[in-house]
Write a protein that binds this ligand. Structure first.
Ligand SMILES: Cc1ncc(COP(=O)(O)O)c(C=O)c1O
Length: 379
């Protein structure tokens, strides 16, 4: 199997599964219980929080464990909006965010908040000057992703953070779901107030993730109850899932030195795709993550290409089904100014540190065959 859909989800690492099983078996207690079994679970939870904080170089109490990226983004955006609605009702985001950001913002619009959607250039990058123009007296939140999940562009997080330093009322949230373990992000230097990470994108487990909430930043809770996670996110903690998340984070950080290899494979794949006149490359040449390559074969339906590659046990993807207004058009590619033929035929190859050179060679070979054969059928 050649699995190249790692931006959708990753195969859990064996060590992560082992950590999960061990924690779920030996530390099954409720961390809120006051007996020994509960206290053992509580100790493990505390240790995991400390480890997560040390990996991110933040304080343990700044970590709120969640169920993943969608929850983290919703908690950050709605939590800030509802907490600070008396201070202002204006939010800034970009047109190419993940649906968990865009739809959280659209949900807030129905509650009377105003949202500015920053446009992006051909590479999918926002313009800092435009951001400055959009900031208002009543702006309470700017939410911008680090790495785009469809085309891999990297937003200028440091510049955005530095800009926002001059506007202390506007908090800064970063969706780091596709960036963690692939592209460095220094929360402190970038003046980030809130940051979302998801476990299953980094060889961890589905249903795990965390939201970094900078010391002093207050959020309205979306899940009231037993007061866990500093009352920001009530609910009995998923201790084994949290242990698995931290293990995955640690492995991802260790493997980050191998990300250069992924970048070399990225270059190799792009070089190959550039040699085929039927292919349009959508991933930007610069300011892009090492693991995502997006391209279109105008005239060919992406799902047909995907299924044809599947015959060779190769798995790639099209744009995420939920990220476009029209069922077959990529909103991200449209936002980058691509014409409709390109925007309806986008394909995404997303690698991980498990991807080998042989995998990419085999993909290149079979992709050529598939495009040639399907091209003949199309006439
Ligand atoms: C950039 C980005 N943000 C958020 C999410 C949502 O994460 P999760 O699947 O953990 O809810 C995804 C998932 O595809 C993503 O790519």
């Amino acid at each position: 199997m050649i699995y190249l859909d790692n931006s959708a989800t990753t195969q859990p690492d064996r060590q992560v599964l082992d950590s999960y099983t061990k924690a779920a078996t030996q530390f099954f207690g409720n961390p809120s219980s006051i007996h020994g079994i509960g206290m053992d679970a509580e100790r493990l939870l505390r240790k995991s929080r400390e480890q997560a904080a040390s990996i991110l170089e933040v304080n343990p109490h700044e970590i709120i464990f969640t169920s993943g990226g969608t929850e983290g983004n919703n908690l950050a955006i709605k939590g800030i909006a509802l907490q600070h609605k008396n201070r202002g009702k204006h939010i800034i985001t970009s047109t190419t965010e993940h649906p968990s950001v865009l739809e959280a913002c659209q949900g807030l619009e129905t509650l009377g908040f105003e949202v500015s959607y920053l446009e992006v250039d051909q590479s999918g990058i926002i313009n800092i000057e435009t951001l400055k123009q959009e900031i208002r007296e009543d702006t309470i939140l700017v939410t911008i992703m680090h790495v785009n999940n469809e085309i891999g562009s990297i937003q200028p997080i440091k510049e955005i953070g530095e800009t926002l330093k001059q506007y202390p009322k506007a908090l800064f949230h970063v969706d780091h779901v596709q960036g963690f373990g692939k592209v460095d992000l220094d929360f402190n230097h970038c003046h980030i107030d809130l940051c979302t990470i998801s476990g299953h994108k980094i060889h961890g487990l589905k249903g795990t993730g965390l939201l970094y909430v900078r010391n002093g930043v207050r959020l309205y809770s979306l899940a009231h109850g037993g007061g866990q996670e500093r009352s920001i996110r009530s609910g009995t903690e998923n201790v084994a899932g949290i242990v698995a998340l931290v293990k995955a984070m640690r492995i991802a950080k260790e493997q980050q030195s191998n990300i250069k290899t992924v970048d070399i494979l990225h270059r190799k794949l792009i070089d190959h795709l550039e040699g085929n006149k039927r292919i349009v490359i959508n991933t930007p040449k610069e300011k892009k993550a090492p693991h995502i390559v997006n391209f279109s074969v105008p005239g060919l339906k992406p799902e047909v290409v995907i299924h044809a590659l599947e015959q060779y046990d190769i798995y790639i993807s099209t744009k995420s089904a939920c990220s476009s207004k029209s069922s077959d058009e990529s909103a991200v590619l449209i936002a980058c100014g691509k014409d409709r033929n390109v925007a309806i035929s986008g394909l995404r190859v997303s690698m991980s540190y498990h991807t080998s050179e042989q995998d990419i060679d085999f993909l290149c070979k079979k992709l050529d065959v598939v495009i040639k054969n399907l091209g003949k059928v199309m006439g």
